[in-house]
Ligand binder design. Structure first.
Ligand SMILES: C[S@@+](CC[C@H](N)C(=O)[O-])C[C@H]1O[C@@H](n2cnc3c(N)ncnc32)[C@H](O)[C@@H]1O
Length: 509
C-alpha cells in the first residue's frame, strides 16, 4: 500500500477546519433534511447543501455520496488532489466521486482524540471512520465478500458498553473500519492498542481511519479469532464480531464483515470461552453477539453454559429476539439481495438452515466478562428490552460488583454495611387516604431502570442504608419500629437482599 500519511494529514486538516463532524452535518442539514435522509430521501439534503462551502461539499461527497461537478466552485473548495492521492475520491467524466465513505465519529462523553483540534467539532467528536461505499465502484451492484462496513448501530452499541476505566492494553478483535480502535484511543490515550481482522482490506481502511483521526501507534494484525495475539495479555478485549448466523453462500462465499464461516453461533461461543485466557486479572471482554434459540433448550441456559466455561464474572443481556423469517429478511436486505432474481432461493436457504438447526429465534445482545479469582464467579444471563441509561459502560462494573456481592451474601452478613444505590426512588400505590399502601415499589431512575415490588422491611432499609451502620442493628431498629419479630425481620431481609443487591438497589460502599 502506498504511504498515504501525507495526503491523509492534509485531508484531516480540511475535515477539521470545515467542521465535518456529526454536530456540524446535523446543523447543516437541519431537522427536515435530516429526517428525510433517515427515510432514505435525499432531495431536501441536496437543497440544504447547495451553498458551496467546504462543509457542504464534504457532506455531499462523503455523507450523501453524490458526485461533485469538477467544474463547479464547490469542488474547488476541497483539496481534490489530496483526496485522490489518499484514495478517497476519483475524478472521472468531469465529476469528483467518493471511492470510500468517510464519516465523522462521535461518542458522547469521550474526550477528543489527541489529534483532533478543538476547532474540529463538538463534544464527543473523536475522529473519522473510512469504510466501503455500500455499492463499490466496479462491483456490478453486488456487495463484495471483503466489503468493509462503516460505523453502524451495532458499533455504537459496543462503544456505549465499553467500561469507563483507564486501561493499559487493549485488543479490538475484528476491527473492520477501525471505529472501536479510534474510540478507544480517544478514551485511553496512553494505552497500547492492538486491532486485528481476518480481512486485509479492513486493516487498510482501519489504518486510514486512524490516520485521519490523528491516532498513532495502533498495532494492526491480520488473522482469525485470537490466533494473531495468542501469547499476549490484555486488560480489555472488545469485539463487534461477525455474529450473523447465515447459511453457506454459493461456492462457500460469505460476507466477511458479518459472517465468520463457523457453524451457528460458534464464533461468539469461542470468543466467550477462549478470550478469557488472554485477559489479565480483573480484565474485561466486552462484545456484541447473536445466539440461537434452539427448540427444547432455554436460550439463557445455552449462553449460560458459555459463561460457565469462561470461568469469568459474566453479565449477558438479551436486547432483542427475531424469528427466523425476520432475521433472514433483515440480513438479505443488508446485503442488497432483496429484490434480486435469487431472492426467493436465498430466503429459502436461510429458512432451511434454521430448520436444520431447530432454531426458533435468534437473540441479539451484549456480553461483559470480567476475569476474577473467585471460586464461583457470578453469572447473570437476562433479558432487558426497555431503554436503559446510556452509556452502560459508565456503570457496567457496578453491575458486575453487585453480582459478586450478591453471590457472597449470606446470613453471616449482619456485620456488612450496605448503601442504597444512587437514583433509587420509592413509589407507594394504594387507595387515596389509606393508612398503608397496597404496594411499595423501589425504582431505579437511572442505570438499568429496574423496578422491584418490596415489603415494609426492604422499603425501610432503603430509607436508612447510607453506608455507615451495619445491617444487624438497622434490622433490629426496623423490627422495633414496626412491632415485628426481630428474628423474622432478619430472616426475611437475608432472603430478599441478595436479589436486590444483584439488581443494583443496594450496594456495598
Ligand atoms: C461487524 S464487523 C465489526 C467492525 C467494527 N469493529 C465495528 O465495531 O463496527 C466484524 C469484523 O470482523 C471481521 N472478521 C470476520 N471474520 C473474522 C475472524 N475469523 N477473525 C477476526 N475477525 C473477523 C470482519 O472482517 C469485520 O471487519
Amino acid at each position: 500500500m502506498p504511504d498515504l500519511r501525507a495526503p491523509l494529514d492534509r485531508v484531516r486538516a480540511v475535515l477539521d477546519e470545515a467542521g465535518y463532524t456529526v454536530d456540524g452535518v446535523r446543523g447543516l442539514l437541519g431537522p427536515v433534511a435530516g429526517g428525510a435522509l433517515a427515510r432514505d430521501e435525499i432531495v431536501p439534503a441536496l437543497r440544504a447543501t447547495g451553498g458551496g462551502s467546504p462543509l457542504e461539499a464534504l457532506t455531499r461527497l462523503f455523507w450523501l455520496q453524490v458526485p461533485l461537478d469538477a467544474a463547479e466552485p464547490s469542488a474547488h473548495v476541497l483539496p481534490v488532489d489530496a483526496l485522490v492521492k489518499a484514495g478517497l475520491a476519483e475524478v472521472s467524466g468531469g465529476e469528483v466521486r467518493a471511492l470510500l465513505h468517510v464519516e465523522p465519529l462521535e461518542v458522547p462523553g469521550v474526550p477528543r482524540s489527541p489529534g483532533v483540534p478543538a476547532s474540529g467539532g463538538g463534544d464527543g467528536h473523536v475522529g473519522y471512520v473510512v469504510s466501503d461505499l455500500k455499492v463499490r465502484p466496479g462491483s456490478g451492484g453486488v456487495v463484495p465478500s471483503d466489503h468493509v462496513v462503516g460505523a453502524g448501530g451495532a458499533s455504537g452499541n459496543l462503544a456505549q458498553l465499553v467500561i469507563h476505566k483507564a486501561v493499559d492494553n487493549i485488543l479490538d478483535l475484528g476491527t473492520g473500519c477501525g471505529v472501536q480502535a479510534v474510540h478507544l484511543a480517544a478514551r485511553n490515550p496512553a494505552a497500547r492498542i492492538t486491532a486485528t481482522d481476518v480481512n486485509p482490506r479492513a486493516l487498510e481502511l482501519s489504518a486510514m481511519s486512524l490516520a485521519l483521526s490523528g491516532v498513532d501507534g495502533v498495532e494492526l494484525l491480520e488473522g482469525s479469532l485470537l490466533e494473531p495475539v495468542q501469547r499476549r495479555r490484555f486488560d480489555l478485549i472488545v469485539s463487534n464480531p461477525p455474529f450473523v448466523v447465515a447459511p453457506p453462500g454459493e461456492d462457500g462465499r460469505r460476507f466477511t464483515y458479518r459472517e465468520s464461516g463457523l457453524p451457528g453461533d460458534d464464533f461468539c461461543r469461542r470468543l466467550v470461552t477462549e478470550a478469557p485466557a488472554l485477559l489479565n486479572d480483573g480484565g474485561h471482554l466486552q462484545m456484541l453477539a447473536n445466539w440461537l434459540h434452539v427448540e427444547g433448550v432455554p436460550w439463557d441456559e445455552r449462553v449460560g453454559a458459555w459463561a460457565e466455561e469462561s470461568a469469568c464474572e459474566t453479565w449477558v443481556v438479551q436486547r432483542d429476539v427475531q424469528d427466523p423469517a425476520e432475521y433472514a429478511e433483515l440480513w438479505l436486505r443488508d446485503s442488497c439481495e432483496a429484490g434480486t432474481p435469487e431472492y426467493r432461493a436465498r430466503y429459502e436457504a436461510w429458512l432451511d438452515h434454521f430448520e436444520r438447526w431447530k432454531v426458533t429465534g435468534i437473540g441479539f445482545g451484549w456480553i461483559t466478562l470480567r476475569r476474577s479469582a473467585a471460586d464461583r464467579p457470578a453469572v447473570r444471563v437476562e433479558e432487558i428490552r426497555h431503554a436503559v441509561e446510556q452509556p452502560v459502560g459508565a456503570y457496567a462494573d457496578h453491575v458486575l460488583d453487585g453480582l459478586a456481592v450478591a453471590e457472597r451474601f449470606s446470613t453471616a452478613c449482619g456485620k456488612s454495611v450496605l448503601r442504597t444505590s444512587p437514583g433509587i426512588v420509592q413509589e407507594q400505590i394504594g387507595e387515596p387516604g389509606a393508612e398503608d399502601p397496597e404496594r411499595i415499589v423501589l425504582r431505579q431512575s437511572g442505570r438499568l431502570r429496574r423496578a422491584a415490588g418490596v415489603g415494609t422491611v426492604e422499603a425501610a432499609l432503603a430509607g436508612v442504608c447510607d453506608g455507615t451502620l451495619p445491617l444487624a442493628p438497622l434490622l433490629d431498629a426496623i423490627a422495633q419500629l414496626t412491632g415485628m419479630d426481630p428474628d423474622q425481620v432478619r430472616a426475611h431481609a437475608f432472603t430478599v437482599l441478595p436479589e436486590l443487591i444483584a439488581d443494583g438497589f443496594f450496594e456495598m460502599p
